[in-house]
Design a protein around this ligand. Structure first.
Ligand code: NAD
Length: 425
């Protein structure tokens, strides 16, 4: 499966796999990567497309399309979330799987990269339909996943309940409870303390480090957050606790703004109660696109891919971007931002706190011994700060942007393992 060749530049810019590949190509060039290793890492190691039949509550049968892609298992079992979305597609899952390979290598956890997706609109499915969908999808993956093979986790529109269903389905088939098959489980079922908050907390650590690196004071920054789900919501909460002002936040259909700083816990409480930001009384409603170009010190895109593109990059006013989401910035936008001196903490570093604590969860499950939340957060902080510093060093070494420097570090680590393992022929 070589990289797709979309027909137009616009189609290429909106194809996440093409966008991932452009950054990988640049890193491979700087590293003078061996052509054979380049070919291996340009191609997903394994991918499965499956039909997932589900009996709906009204008795009808619907068939959903599902995917699981393992980009690389060179450094360890494939690791990566499962996304439920109406528009999820194979190239997106391929890109997300590759980003997991690079991300695990950036924070140096012993995993490869994988990702899964099911084409569905979870808002239109009942709880029991979601359960049947999840269990049947898991049954279809039984030959692919396993604690030492491929370990799923939550992503957009999946959560700890989804992971509990996957863990149970897998365990029923294996005739033994096996908690290390997924991460992001409920704490009572072998989940880790702090996993829910981990990605947002890691994003907040990266905002803190980027502000210090660029000479800003350690409090009082004006921050805009796109997305108020697991990543955006927790990042906003931690950033406010650190003394910054979250001046705008959004969800898929509403964006709100308050120059004096929003009351983040109140906003999140509203979303928890109403399942939408719409109607929140304490702030001005703005256009969702306008949110990205508001004047601010730090922009945290924490929603989805392709939000900062060649169309709006020149209008971004933030000095620092910390990518909570995977793939929020296109390669064309990277160039514009770099020319304008915007410091971008790339997704494969910025949101790696999630997989770092997923690794801690997998370790705890395999030990059968569980850590306290403070311990989890302290270890996460050390990994994230050390990784930030290693990327800043790599920027000097490769004379590259933070993103390309992060890709260089990651590709070098994965290539090293591939070389050591050799090619089995
Ligand atoms: P989520 O479903 O909890 O929240 C997503 C948020 O983004 C919601 O507020 C939603 O309304 C909003 N949103 C969705 N589509 C949008 C669009 N087109 N425009 C504007 N807003 C939109 O998901 P999440 O777990 O917070 O994940 C968000 C991003 O972070 C994804 O890119 C995901 O891959 C990435 N990520 C998540 C984790 C994790 O641990 N959850 C870890 C690493 C990376």
């Amino acid at each position: 499966m070589p990289a797709p060749t979309p027909a137009t530049p616009e189609a290429a810019e909106s194809n996440p796999f093409v966008q991932m590949q452009r950054r990988f190509d640049r890193a491979a060039e700087l590293l003078e990567l061996d052509r054979g290793l380049y070919r291996i890492l340009s191609t997903p190691a394994q991918e499965l497309t499956l039909s997932v039949p589900v009996k709906m509550d009204d008795g009808r049968i619907r068939v959903f399309e599902g995917f699981r892609v393992q980009h690389s298992i060179a450094r360890g079992p494939a690791k990566g979330g499962i996304r439920y979305a109406p528009d999820v597609h194979l190239d997106e899952v391929r890109a997300l799987a590759a980003w997991m390979t690079w991300k695990c290598a950036v924070v140096d956890v012993p995993f490869g990269g994988g990702k899964g997706g099911v084409v569905c609109d979870p808002r239109r499915l009942s709880h029991s339909e979601l359960e049947r969908l999840t269990r049947r999808y898991t049954a279809g993956l039984l030959d692919l996943i396993g604690p030492e093979r491929d370990v799923p986790a939550p992503d957009m529109n999946t959560n700890d309940q989804t992971m509990a269903w996957i863990m149970d389905t897998y365990s029923v088939h294996r005739r033994a409870t096996n908690t290390a098959i997924v991460t992001g489980k409920p704490v009572g079922l072998g989940g880790s303390q702090g996993r829910t908050e981990a990605t947002g907390l890691g994003v907040a650590f990266m905002v803190r480090e980027a502000l210090a690196h660029r000479g800003f004071p350690d409090h009082g920054a004006r921050i805009v957050v796109q997305g108020s789900g697991n990543v955006g919501g927790w990042a906003a909460r931690f950033l406010q606790e650190m003394g910054h002002k979250v001046v705008a936040i959004s969800d898929i259909d509403t964006a709100i703004h308050d120059e004096n700083g929003l009351d983040v816990p109140a906003v999140l409480e509203w979303i928890g109660a109403h399942r939408t930001l719409r109607g929140y009384p304490g702030a001005e409603v703005i256009d969702n696109d306008e949110l990205l170009t508001l004047p601010c010190d730090v922009l945290v895109p924490a929603a989805t891919e392709n939000q900062i593109t060649s169309q709006n990059a020149a209008r971004i006013q933030a000095s620092i971007i910390v990518e909570g989401a995977n793939g929020p910035t296109t390669a064309a936008a990277d160039q514009v931002l770099e020319e304008r001196g915007v410091f971008v903490v790339p997704d494969i570093l910025a949101n790696a706190g999630g997989v770092t604590v997923s690794y801690f969860e997998w370790v705890q499950d395999r030990m059968g011994f569980f850590w306290e939340k403070d311990d989890v957060f302290r270890r996460e902080e050390r990994v994230m700060v050390d990784s930030f510093r290693s990327i800043v060093d790599a920027m000097d070494r490769y004379q590259a942007s933070p993103r390309i420097a992060a890709y260089c570090v990651a590709v070098e680590r994965v290539a090293y393992c591939l070389q050591l393992r050799g090619i089995y022929a």
